[in-house]
Design a protein around this ligand. Sequence first.
Ligand SMILES: [Zn+2]
Length: 420
Amino acid sequence: MMETLDIPSGERAIARCAELGRAPYSDMEGGLFRPYLGPAYRATCEKLSQWMAQAGMSTRMDAAGNLVGRYEGLVPNAPVVLLGSHIDSVRDGGFYDGMLGVILSIETVAYFARAGKRFPFALEVIGFGDEEGSRFPTGMLTSHAVAGVLKAPDPAMPDWAGTTTLAGALEGFGLDVGRMHAASRKGDPVVAYVEAHIEQGPALEAEERPLGVVSAIAAQQRYSLVLRGMAGHAGTVAMALRRDALAGAAEIILAAERVGRAGTDGLVATVGSLDVVPGAANVVPGEVVMSLDVRAGTNAARDMAVAEILDIARQICRARGLEIDMTLKQDLDATPCDARLTALMEQAAGSVTGMPAPLLVSGAGHDAMIMAHLVPVSMLFIRCAGGISHNPAEAVTQADTEAALRTMTTFTGLLERHFG
Ligand SMILES: [Zn+2]
């Protein structure tokens, strides 16, 4: 029989994230930087392994350098539910991006271990090594390996500091770059991947909700637009005769904003980068290179918005006598979270908080997006102060963390009926 379960506390989870925000768990003075396979990464994996062991898990490092803890199920070789997020952090990042999800996963197992509760599935906690591209010009390298979709990475890929290669960094951990793909869980009885993560946006705060459930990770397209007009003297070229590339770009930026604002399904449209040629105060701008980034919860919503913005851009350029080139730079499909797991997560969050959890589209990419190639995924978002992330000012409240932890434990209980 199961003992009475105590109420899990968010206090320890927050304290642990904060503890891991300093040396030796950070590779920078006065802030947090935890690049994949660096000294701080090693120290962090050792500390996390201790906490996993205390929570009743066996631990190992997989062939891609991810840390994995396992809490056995009722029978050997049971199906596996993976809980986790990423261990690495951007330079001068916050305590909670990625790490809160890892710690909450450990706390979830600790909670059941204290009560001697086992499930018809094993619970594994995975801390991904490279999500951020924190060390190498990659991103989500290690979830690609686990999901079995890793394309052979370049062993000679240098790190940002130019001090070592991917092969060298892995070797320092006793790992072989040629065997990274062996971290794949294809063929293993993994049945779900569940990730809790800070929202990294302001929607939950605006709606005054502690938790949100992710319906999909956004479809994204990024374009580079080049507008060509005619450079000329700012004092002598009459207004009527100008072909000002920057004035055209300004109209396109406002059109993108208008289309984005009118959209639904988590639609967002951004022009974030602008190069003006020649870029002098006394010259009419002859050329502009600008970015356009459009994201939405479905491919269809994104495609419609992109088509509309590009169509308006062509009209603007025609009217202004500008040439325009459009190059697609990035094209990512939307990743829907699993409908049934999402419904269970909504149920869990609703029962813990006493109010419905909003369904959100994640505009940012996550390991869950890659893991969806392997298994059904579900994501829980936790409100963070001001929506701020990738910044030392990242913050969550203890009450919200507690609600997230109780949602994870409740969700795991619901899974027992789902997979039991
Ligand atoms: Zn993250």
